[in-house]
Design a protein around this ligand. Structure first.
Ligand SMILES: [Zn+2]
Length: 180
């Protein structure tokens, strides 16, 4: 069980809307997986968040999951889903890179603009993703399931289908997974 990086109590798994997250019963904050963050955060912030985390130093908080130091950095945010542009503000974020978890102190998540509704992918787009997945066998879904629940592959399909860049990434990941 993961623990609150501030007070050490076991975090409780719960949900708000479609978002599943771990929270501290004493109100210190909450943790969510990278895959779950798509239910709440805007796509451009998620991409920026991982880029910044990789370039950041260890912060004072330890990972709720394995106790290693999390990366801490200040992330600019805006209210559109386009990379760059004028920042509306900054939020301090802690990230467990290895386990792909984000920790938000109380109130930090509330500051971030809500994800905008995405259009449903077309049948053609979904078919293309399915085709790539089939080409590389079950490796992609198996890798995804190791990290999360069973409906992840469905979410993965929909996200990838909406995003040409993600489709290219899936193609690369698929080749990587089946290279050995
Ligand atoms: Zn706590």
């Amino acid at each position: 069980m993961p623990h609150c990086p501030i007070c050490g109590v076991e975090l409780v798994l719960g949900s708000s809307g479609h978002l599943d997250r771990w929270s501290c019963s004493a109100g210190h904050g909450l943790a969510m997986t990278l895959s779950e963050s798509y239910e709440r955060l805007q796509e451009d912030e998620i991409a920026l968040l991982w880029d910044l985390a990789r370039d950041s130093s260890d912060g004072p908080l330890l990972s709720p999951f394995d106790g290693t130091p999390m990366k801490r950095f200040s992330m600019p945010y805006d209210d559109d889903e386009v990379q760059g542009g004028h920042a509306l503000g900054f939020v301090e974020i802690d990230v467990d890179l290895d386990n792909q978890f984000i920790w938000f102190d109380a109130g930090e998540l509330d500051a971030l603009p809500l994800d905008r509704p995405d259009g449903e992918p077309s049948a053609e787009e979904l078919a293309k993703v399915a085709e790539i997945a089939a080409q590389f066998g079950a490796g992609i879904e198996a890798a995804a399931r190791e990290r999360d629940d069973d409906d992840l592959s469905e979410k993965l399909y929909r996200r990838v289908a909406r995003n040409p860049e993600a489709l290219r990434t899936l193609d690369r990941v698929g080749r990587g997974l089946t290279a050995y």
